[in-house]
Design a protein around this ligand. Sequence first.
Ligand SMILES: *Cc1c(COP(=O)(O)O)cnc(C)c1O
Length: 346
Amino acid sequence: MSRPELRLSARTLRDNIAAVTSRLDGCELMLVLKDDAYGHGLTWTVETAVQAGVTSFGSYDVRGGLDVRRLVGPEARVFAWATSTDAEIDEALLQGIDLGVGTVEYLHRIIARAEALGAVARVHLKIDTGLHRNGVLPEDWPGAIAQARAAEAAGHLSLEGIWSHIAEASDREDDDAQAVFLDAVRAAGGTGPTPAALHLTASAASWWRPELRGTVARIGAFCYGIRSADGPELEGVRPVARLVAPVARVEEGRAVIEVGAFDGLPSTLVGARVGTPAGARVLERIEPFFAQIEGWAGLSVGDEVTIFGPGEAGESSATTLAERIDTVGEEILTRLSPRIRRVPVD
Ligand SMILES: *Cc1c(COP(=O)(O)O)cnc(C)c1O
């Protein structure tokens, strides 16, 4: 190893997917792939997940969804929820991408494009359950459903799902959000068949609050082994990624590694402990392109330093590192620059 690398364990990703799937107890896993699969790399993640039996993928935008479609073939479900341009809608319709729809305006455009292309749009309508972050307001819901049903009758739309996103911050708010969600599902059911995909929960609520789950759970973090900040360990789930760097030079008895703030290592992490061949040592300085670590006996160029990773004498995961600076593990992983090679190890 001559450069810093993010080592990726396919075995761990598969094990995590199995643990999450088993926990979901029949609810379908939709693996969320936003931010280049939480920094792990889209292609590697999708290929590994397919081996683990995943058939449903959530990609933030249509562009990412098209990449996923190329990797998974025509059968798997690919869901993209960002509001898209008409050109993107056309691509999505041609490639059978399921579209998450959170505004009536977007629904109109999708129906218009489906009519123009003679295609059937696969739509999951989003109800705003309180986050006010893209979602049809309850008062607009009956109208949106009526339009979706009319387009369905005309052969241009298939109402595949109803969904929302919850804060996962307090049980009470999540319960209230679920009540709004279930009202929306009932209203849709009153006008035609209830869509098969009902999804409300992400990692934390899917794992800890089974009563909130619908038929599908959109899960990113826990599949990558990123537990919630200040949350407990999860049975059967371990971090997939390990960030390692060789000692590039030794300066005044200290180790220098070529990972810095511009590579995504927040400078506020000074004081954290990292793993070295001699055990945990303190990260003393973080510059734009390198970092300096307290030395150890026998320190030499090429020694391997683990900035985070399971089972090391240092911080055990991106989450434990993140907790030091009051953020979440996702934040650490998704900021790592593409300059840091992603290297599959098993
Ligand atoms: C990121 C995201 C998820 C997944 O959240 P995790 O906590 O990582 O499981 C699910 N749904 C939406 C809409 C998201 O943006």
